[in-house]
Write a protein that binds this ligand. Structure first.
Ligand code: ADP
Ligand code: MG
Ligand code: MG
Ligand code: MG
Ligand code: MG
Length: 441
């Protein structure tokens, strides 16, 4: 162990790192960090660095608020925009109690547990998230919803500072170990997407958190605000975080079967069935804000109805046409306000429930659900996703499997935060109400 520590310390010295950010995520997936001078790293690696857990959203526990951060050596990255003469680096940390036990409310721990369970059955869970976001103008030093551009899908735009931000992002993310597949303008004005190559769920969850932090930082450097709010503007597409996923076994894609229906294996079918079975509870985790549900409405490419298809793009779960190594299911409901650790954990557990219990999915929906009449949908047994945070919260509380996955502590916190948020929203007097009622009554 001390050899490993020595190796890390000499790497830091060789890279001229003077300051180290120890990062972790709160329950809501918001990045937290504490900066320590490099000479404290020996202590961090041997004893951990303590912090007050009761001040972190979702961590609060009355009995013991002191907690420890233990850096995960495999997450070492230099912060690309830090000064050459005074390098900063970061490690993502696991959270421990002061008794040296893993903290059960640590989102990273919760995902790890599910990954280890799947590994016992020989499976690796691979995910590829598609990150959508808006770049808005700053006004007097504050974020606004003022559009930066009026372009659309794949548009190429001369001299648009947003294009510069995207390029800066691709460069910095590549330096931080991302394998960028594509970056493009999205459908809505000022909306962008960056895709990176899929990988194991834990590494990808780390990357999602890193991505948001890097995007916000680099946008600000060009006086723009990057937001992952799902539906910042009424009437145009919102931002999602589609999660492409597959299982790998013995180095092969376990979703692919050249002789299966749609060339999908039984494993793929069962996994999809598990996702569909638990989707209501998953929604609470994958769509955790009031605003998330303003995106999940008809007319804007976001899913609304529960179903899957290998044919069309309008379904909740789409099986894109690529096969072989790229055989995958794309869950299209999550949005980028989700905590990626918890989202991938509940997705994996739900899918594995399907695989272990050989659950059969409903028939695939091969026509555009949005063009079906309500009667046709109900005849086909197609129901809606939870339509607000309260409905989703109740659904999660009733999903025993997902509650077990998240653990007592996290479920209680999610429930508390959900009820709080819903209560405040219900009491708020919105612009919509003023416009609707003030003059009329
Ligand atoms: P879309 O057609 O939905 O816009 P994209 O091309 O933007 O899809 O993104 C596809 C994502 O799927 C990428 O992140 C890619 O790495 C990922 N992907 C490809 N193959 C797999 C796989 N076998 N398992 C999980 N994700 C995969
Ligand atoms: Mg895409
Ligand atoms: Mg997209
Ligand atoms: Mg793409
Ligand atoms: Mg997609």
């Amino acid at each position: 162990v001390s050899d490993e520590i020595d190796a890390i310390l000499s790497k830091l010295e060789g890279d001229n790192v003077r300051s180290v950010l120890l990062q972790f995520s709160d329950l809501e997936g918001k990045p937290k960090n504490v900066a320590i001078p490099t000479k404290q790293m020996k202590k961090a690696l041997t004893d951990g660095i303590s912090f007050d857990g009761s001040s972190i959203q979702g961590f609060a526990r009355l009995e013991e608020s002191d907690m420890l951060l233990r850096p995960d050596p495999s997450t070492y990255q230099i912060i690309p925009w830090s000064d050459d003469q005074f390098r900063s680096a970061r490690f993502i940390c696991d959270v421990y109690t002061t008794h040296g036990e893993p903290f059960p409310g640590d989102p990273r721990r919760i995902l790890r547990t599910q990954i280890e369970k799947a590994a016992k059955l020989g499976y690796t869970f691979n995910v590829g998230p598609e990150m959508e976001f808006f770049l808005f103008r700053m006004v007097d030093g504050h974020a606004s919803v003022n559009l930066q551009d009026h372009n659309g899908y794949f548009d190429q735009t001369p001299a648009n500072p947003a294009e510069d931000v995207r390029r800066d992002l691709v460069i910095s993310l590549s330096e931080m170990g991302f394998n960028i597949e594509a970056s493009h303008h999205e459908v809505a004005p000022s909306q962008h997407e960056i895709d990176f190559t899929y990988g194991d769920a834990l590494g990808m969850a780390d990357k999602v958190v890193t991505f948001k932090f890097v995007a916000k930082t680099l946008a600000l450097k060009r006086n723009l605000h990057a937001t992952f709010m799902p539906k910042p503007i009424y009437g145009i597409n919102g931002s999602g975080m589609h999660v492409n996923c597959s299982l790998m076994k013995d180095g092969e894609n376990a979703f692919f079967d050249p002789n299966g229906d749609h060339q999908l294996s039984d494993t793929a079918r069962h996994f999809i069935a598990g996702l569909l079975k638990h989707i209501d509870g998953i929604t609470r985790v994958a769509n955790p804000t009031i605003n998330s549900y303003k995106r999940l409405i008809p007319g804007y490419e976001a899913p609304v109805y529960v179903g899957w298809s290998a044919m069309n793009r309008s379904t909740l779960i789409r099986v894109p046409s690529s096969r072989g190594r790229s055989t995958r299911a794309e869950l299209r409901s999550p949005d980028p306000t989700c905590n990626p650790y918890l989202t991938f954990a509940v997705m994996l557990a739900a899918g594995m429930d399907g695989v272990i219990n050989k659950i059969e999915p409903p028939e695939s929906i091969d026509k555009n659900i949005f063009r079906m009449t309500a009667a046709e949908r109900s005849e086909a047994g197609i129901r809606c996703l939870p339509w607000n945070l309260q409905v989703a919260n109740n659904a999660l509380m009733e999903d025993k499997l997902l509650c077990d996955v998240l653990g007592e502590h996290v479920v209680a916190q999610i429930n508390r935060l959900g009820e709080l948020e819903w209560g405040e929203f219900s009491r708020a007097i919105t612009d919509w109400e003023i416009k609707r009622y003030l003059a009329n009554y």
